[in-house]
Design a protein around this ligand. Structure first.
Ligand SMILES: NC(=O)c1ccc[n+]([C@@H]2O[C@H](COP(=O)([O-])OP(=O)(O)OC[C@H]3O[C@@H](n4cnc5c(N)ncnc54)[C@H](OP(=O)(O)O)[C@@H]3O)[C@@H](O)[C@H]2O)c1
Length: 376
């Protein structure tokens, strides 16, 4: 396999390192913005696109543009594409997958979800013969690291963000992780493969952890709950639900998934429930998923079967929720249980649908407010 590598950052460097030890994968050109001392580097994508030796593109630049244009051009030029870029893959999955199909090449996304965990392969394998009915998971190591340490050390949110940044677990602008947008892209791709449909990530309701406080964690601990930022999707007969929000759990495997680990759970008719745990990010685990996709391409062609079109339906299931609001803005009947301190009211609601809770979230989002799903 002769490869053109787009991007040479954390993941790109690990891909280079693993590939340098493999005789059957040769990285011929590397696209960068600033040339360094590697004769393979270029700043012009056309050098890679028009190189007839290159049969496979590994895209690890990130972002929507120009990643989308480069991937589209590569597939049209009959080059396989392997990407770790969940933002572009989730936003254009149906289109890019179809382009691969039309041009008889592969479009591979294993590294987009769960880092080194072989999750997408497993969903694809199971969905060929079994009906996957639900998926859920902890798909973001940064938020999991922050929440685990807030629980362990009764630490402030701001302190834990700085700690995560110092250790390299959080980016200098961590908002995509904290607001749940990174998870929504991963959930959309998981839904696409598991339910063989296309779900636009921008249609998935999401509430992240940027407003969580140590007062919330103290309340959770008093009730025996652990808080995790989780993604859920469920398949009904002719529709699907999908959402991402903080979730309160007791005695589940998910409550033991600490630090920057990821957990991915799928339930299907015959297989029952499977749970995969592993390093959800980092250069080497992600690059191992990229290289594993390259080996799959070398043994066969790969694209995904997308033949359903299920609408999003957020009113099929109901759950109880936790809400924390400042007493001064609280003036409506929301709950079945209320506790107060000097500043806040802590509420447990009756069961309500995802549509109903996101109406409340949207009403209070700008306030000093936090909400979480109570799983058990
Ligand atoms: N890091 C992880 O743990 C991880 C895990 C799973 C998935 N991913 C995904 O993998 C992708 C790469 O992540 P990363 O952490 O490796 O990012 P990164 O360290 O920021 O590296 C991105 C590289 O791409 C280059 N680049 C960006 N735009 C470019 C352009 N238009 N032309 C040429 N080069 C360009 C950057 O060059 P400059 O240095 O010149 O800016 C940089 O070297 C992202 O989509 C990310 O979501 C990352």
């Amino acid at each position: 396999m002769i490869v053109g590598l787009l991007g040479c950052g954390i993941v790109g460097k690990s891909v280079l390192q693993i590939a340098s030890k493999k005789e059957d994968i040769k990285i011929k050109r590397i696209l960068v913005r600033t040339l360094r001392d590697d004769h393979r580097m270029t700043t012009d994508f056309m050098d890679i696109l028009h190189d007839q030796d290159i049969d496979t593109i590994i895209e690890v630049m990130g972002g929507l543009h120009p990643a989308y244009e480069y991937i589209s051009m590569s597939l049209k030029a009959k080059k396989n594409v392997v990407t770790a870029n969940k933002a572009v893959a989730a936003a254009y999955f149906d289109e890019l997958n179809q382009l691969a199909l039309d041009n008889n090449v592969s479009f591979m996304i294993e590294a987009c979800v769960g880092g080194g965990i072989p999750w997408i392969k497993e969903l694809k394998r199971v969905s060929r013969f079994d009906e996957i009915t639900s998926i859920s998971g902890i798909f973001n190591g940064t938020t999991n690291y922050i929440l685990s340490n807030m629980h362990a050390y009764d630490a402030d949110f701001d302190v834990m963000i700085k700690d995560a940044q110092n250790k390299g677990y959080a980016e200098s602008d961590p908002s995509a992780d904290l607001e749940g947008y990174d998870i929504v892209n991963k959930l959309a791709l998981s839904v696409d493969v598991a339910f063989q449909t296309f779900l636009n990530p921008s249609s998935i309701p999401v509430f992240g952890i940027s407003t969580i406080k140590k007062e919330d964690i103290a309340y959770f601990k008093s009730k025996g709950w652990t808080c995790k930022l989780m993604a859920f999707a469920q398949k009904y007969q002719n529709s699907i639900s999908a959402f991402c929000m903080p979730t309160l759990i007791k005695d589940e495997i998910s409550s033991q998934i600490n630090a920057n680990l990821n957990l991915a759970t799928a339930t299907s008719q015959f297989l029952g429930t499977i749970q995969l745990i592993g390093q959800g990010a980092g250069g080497d685990p992600t690059a191992s998923a990229v290289i594993s996709d390259c080996y799959d391409i070398m043994t066969n062609l790969h694209y995904f079967d997308i033949h359903h079109s299920y609408p999003l339906n957020l009113s099929m299931t109901s759950y109880p929720f936790y809400i924390r609001l400042e007493k001064s803005v609280f003036h409506e009947e929301l709950g079945i249980s209320y506790e107060y301190d000097e500043k806040y009211v802590y509420i447990q609601t009756a069961k309500m649908t995802i549509i109903e809770i996101f109406k409340i979230i949207d009403r209070y989002r700008c306030n000093d407010f936090f909400a979480a799903l109570i799983w058990r």
